[in-house]
Design a protein around this ligand. Structure first.
Ligand SMILES: NC(=O)c1ccc[n+]([C@@H]2O[C@H](COP(=O)([O-])OP(=O)(O)OC[C@H]3O[C@@H](n4cnc5c(N)ncnc54)[C@H](O)[C@@H]3O)[C@@H](O)[C@H]2O)c1
Length: 455
């Protein structure tokens, strides 16, 4: 299954891959330190940084995989670290070495020679420094989802991946959701004709996550309230774009024949965080006097090179059930999925009398092969199984020495949406251009996501 150099070249610079590498970087990837003991006996050695809520999920996924070892884990929270070390030991593996000696102890983890790749699930501001340090130490990286703080941060990831030849795959689970992957197959196989427009959102009432305990956050907060909430205080933009946009980027062949070229973004007024504090902490609570920057609803319109439009909504402060409000529309029909409300298809010539069909009707034909196999093998892991699939995809690509199906250019483009929306809103909803992180290679690159039933 390991690709030889010629296959690898075909799959990258000349062919279907999206990773552009210099010869130096290429040889570095080919000599990546995966232990090759024979076809079925290969092990990938993973270090994990950050084992709070999400890092623990990622760790648990890794522990279901017999070909994954965990030599080291880092978290500044000793209780979280100890829980994680125990989980590994309880799985029958050797107890990993723990790193908890302050904010920069992760540098000691990434320097280890017995690690092939690093998974990162820390607060957003740590993602890029940790990814960069890991890649510079010769490790592939898989950061959890986030939005960048600056465009320069996105370029730093791209530059480092190109210079080191290491892979950087954002772990966006929604790309691996069953429903979203079936829609990918529908789009690719032309059920909706030529694509015109997409919609997606991150609508997640996070008020009880942003304030915990009570209406506290920051130093007095717990879990994500310790670090996530402060972004809403000072920033006004789409702070978390990738849950909706990741799958859409795959539908529209972003960075692979198409690209997002510009966006405009508009923020509603900010009310809900203040109201929540007053309701649960009273008018006299010190947090009731905070002037929150983040608008309650951020609406962004993205234009693509091929002339499609994408609307993207960010809504994390108002009371409502969770939904990514997905829609993919072409000249011959559309799919629309609002979690808990509808998951429907209208396909001209197949649906009758302008009536919606249930998504299930199309599943015998459009179940994605990755999910067919996953269901046959037994669905497992967090986020309905997508949490497992994204980690498995990363591991499989590392083992095979092929580009990860979400690469550094995808990661950089998707996280760039956050600073771009902030800039557009600050300029009164002015159009803002996306940088071309691929340096023009998007013209030749071919899609790589969702082509296999194994990754
Ligand atoms: N994919 C999803 O659906 C999903 C869901 C939740 C969170 N996330 C993402 O996962 C990431 C982590 O979120 P979370 O909910 O697990 O947050 P969390 O607060 O529960 O965990 C973060 C952990 O990082 C540790 N940490 C902080 N600074 C560190 C440092 N310098 N070195 C080592 N460890 C450090 C903290 O002690 C904590 O245990 C974020 O990017 C978040 O957006 C993704």
């Amino acid at each position: 299954m390991t690709l030889n150099r010629r296959d690898f070249l075909k799959k990258t610079a000349m062919g279907t891959g999206a990773v552009m590498m210099t010869d130096k970087a290429l040889s570095s990837t080919l000599s990546s330190p995966v232990i090759l003991k024979g076809k079925d006996d290969r092990v990938v050695r993973i270090g994990i940084i950050g084992v709070g809520g999400m890092g623990t999920n990622l760790l648990k996924s890794c522990l279901t995989m017999p070909d994954v070892q965990i030599p080291a884990i880092c978290d500044i929270n000793v209780a979280a670290l100890t829980r994680a070390l125990n989980l590994v030991e309880d799985s029958g593996r050797k107890r990993p070495e723990g790193y908890a000696n302050g904010d920069y102890d992760y540098l000691n983890l990434v320097a280890r020679e017995d690690i092939d790749a690093v998974i990162i699930a820390t607060p957003w501001l740590w993602h890029t420094p940790m990814c960069v340090a890991a890649m510079k130490a010769g490790k592939h990286v898989a950061p959890e989802v986030w939005g960048a703080s600056t465009i320069e941060e996105c370029w730093e990831l791209v530059r480092t991946a190109e210079e080191t030849g290491m892979q950087c795959m954002m772990l966006e689970n929604h790309c691996f959701d069953r429903i979203e992957m079936s829609a990918l197959k529908m789009v690719r196989e032309g059920l909706f004709g030529e694509m015109l427009h997409y919609e997606c959102s991150y609508c997640h009432d996070l008020r009880e996550v942003k304030f915990r305990p009570g209406v506290e956050f920051g130093e007095k907060g717990e879990g994500e309230a310790r670090w996530r909430t402060k972004h809403s205080r000072k920033r006004n933009g789409d702070l978390y774009p990738t849950h909706g946009l990741g799958p859409i980027a795959n539908y529209m062949d972003d960075n692979r024949g198409n690209r997002m070229v510009s966006l405009t973004s508009t923020a509603s007024k900010s009310r809900s965080l203040h109201e929540y504090i007053v309701q649960h902490g009273g008018n006299d609570h010190p947090n009731a006097s905070i002037d929150w920057s983040l608008g309650d609803v951020i609406t962004t319109v993205i234009k693509t090179q091929r002339g499609e439009t994408i609307t993207l909504t960010h809504d994390t402060n108002s009371p409502r059930p969770y939904s990514n409000n997905m829609m993919a529309q072409g000249t011959k029909g559309l799919w629309i999925y609002h979690r808990g409300l509808c998951n429907s298809v209208y396909a001209e010539g197949r649906s009758s009398g302008h009536q919606w069909d249930d998504w299930e009707k199309y599943i015998p034909e459009f179940e994605h092969p990755l999910w067919k196999k996953f269901m046959a093998d037994g669905v497992r892991g967090d986020h309905g199984g997508a949490g497992y699939l994204k980690v498995r995809s990363f591991i499989e690509c590392i083992k095979r020495g092929i580009p990860t199906v979400i690469d550094v250019y995808d990661t950089a483009t998707w996280i760039a949406v956050t600073p771009l929306t902030e800039k557009s809103i600050a300029l009164g909803s002015a159009p803002v251009e996306f940088p071309d992180f691929t340096h023009g290679k998007w013209l030749q690159n071919k899609p790589i996501f969702g082509l296999s039933d194994e990754y």
